[in-house]
Every structure is written in C-alpha cells, then in structure tokens.
Design a protein. Structure first.
Length: 251
C-alpha cells in the first residue's frame, strides 16, 4: 500500500534521534508539520525513562504521536493499550481524521467511499489547503496536538540532570574554550608533567647507581651521591616554572 505520511510532517524514522526532551525545543505543536531541527537538537541523545512517567506522557512526547495526533488521542482515550503498543500502532497507521472532517468529506466528495484511509488523508489535506480548511482538517489536527501537549509532564530530577549533562557535553564538543575543556587541558598538562617528573627521578636514580653525582646531589659519608628528598616533586616544580626536567648533563 502506498504511503503519503511524508506529506504530513514525517514519520518516526525521519524524525528519530531527537530524544524524549525534543518537546522542550519545539516552538509550537499546532502545525501538522515538523519543525526544522537545529544542529544541537539533532545531537541530543538521551535515554528515555518511560517508567518515570504516565502512559499519556510517554505517548505525547513520541514522534509517532506528533505525526498522527488525532489517532494518538483516540488510542489513549478509547483503549487500555500501553504506551509502547500505542506508539507501535502509530508508527505504521495512516493519518487519522476528525469525525467532522470525515463527515464533511463524505458529504462533499463523491469518490470518498472508494478511497482507502491513506488516500482519504491526502484528499482531505488537499481540500483543506485549497478551501481555507473548510473541512476542518487543520483545525482537528491542531486541537488534537494541543490536547497531546497538555498531557506532557515535567522532567523528573534524573531526566533534568541527564538533560543538563547532555547540553554540557554538546557545548564541550562545539566550543574548545568551555570551562570543562580548559580544565581538561590543564589536567592533561599536569598529568604529563608529573609523569615526566617521575620518569626523570627514576632516570636519576639509575644514573646515581653507576656512581655518578648529579646537580643538586649531596654526598653521604661514604662519598656516594644522595638524591634530594622527594626528587620527583622538585622536578615537577621545575617543569611548572617552564624549566627543563634535568638541570644539566650528568657529571
């Protein structure tokens, strides 16, 4: 069977990836077309927590319900199906029409009874666009979309934190000079200098083991060189000051 779902705002596959918080970005749910997604919105990937919300909310925030709001409201009001089953039905169902639109088109289109549901949806949309929505197609869609919008619930604390974390990650990916990225570079530099200091201290110990004295060494009573206390920290201080790890060649 042919499908015209792409003419009505896209299906779930076309709009997937916006996550359960996509409704926070939408300027309006009234129009029967999906709004363009910005670069950041497309990158939002958050694990849904359906168990933390009602059946109605889980349906209302789904892309499938946004693409077929009249049928979504009917399934919520007239059935006891779970949100997952409702969303599954919406994924492949033809666009539903309001009873007013159905009755109007039946009375005004002699071919109506011979069209399948997908053809009827396309015919109703075409008639609406050409006759100032005299058949109530857009009005019914908008009313159902507003009803769905009212079913959405506030974010849970966990979802709110997940949302903030995702926004923070997106900012860090797009801007190298966020506080997180600046701190990450500082930490990487600190760890590098500490590793260099530790390696230099180990190198010095091996040099002394051959009987060589290094700059800054003291001498034991036996005359053998003794390394400074906590040499790695001293070397790290040199690196922090912009100096080399080793002051001068071994003597």
């Amino acid at each position: 069977m042919k499908s015209f779902k792409h003419l009505f705002g896209g299906n779930s596959k076309a709009s997937a990836g916006t996550g359960p918080f996509s409704h926070l970005f939408a300027a309006s749910a009234d129009a029967p077309v999906l709004l363009d997604q910005t670069k950041q919105q497309e990158k939002v990937i958050i694990i849904a927590k359906p168990s933390q919300h009602s059946r109605e909310h889980n349906v209302a925030v789904s892309d499938e319900a946004k693409a077929n709001p009249i049928l979504a409201m009917r399934l919520l009001n007239d059935t006891d199906l779970s949100s997952n089953k409702i969303i599954a039905k919406l994924a492949d169902a033809p666009i539903a029409l309001s009873k007013f639109t159905q009755n109007f088109m039946e009375a005004n289109d002699p071919t109506w009874e011979f069209q399948d549901e997908e053809d009827q949806a396309l015919t109703a949309l075409t008639y609406s666009s050409q006759h100032a929505d005299a058949n109530g197609y857009s009005a019914g869609w908008n009313r159902a979309a507003r009803a769905l919008e009212k079913l959405k619930e506030p974010l849970t604390d966990e979802e709110h934190q997940s949302f903030l974390d995702t926004m923070r990650q997106m900012a860090n990916e797009d801007n190298p000079n966020t506080p997180d990225n600046v701190e990450a570079r500082r930490q990487a530099d600190e760890e590098y200098k500490q590793e260099v200091a530790n390696a230099a201290a180990r190198r010095n110990q091996r040099m002394r083991a051959t009987g060589v004295a290094l700059p800054g060494d003291s001498k034991r009573v036996s005359g053998k060189p003794a390394n400074p206390v906590d040499e790695a920290s001293l070397i790290k201080s040199r690196l922090d000051a912009g100096l080399s790890a080793i002051d001068m060649p071994a003597q």
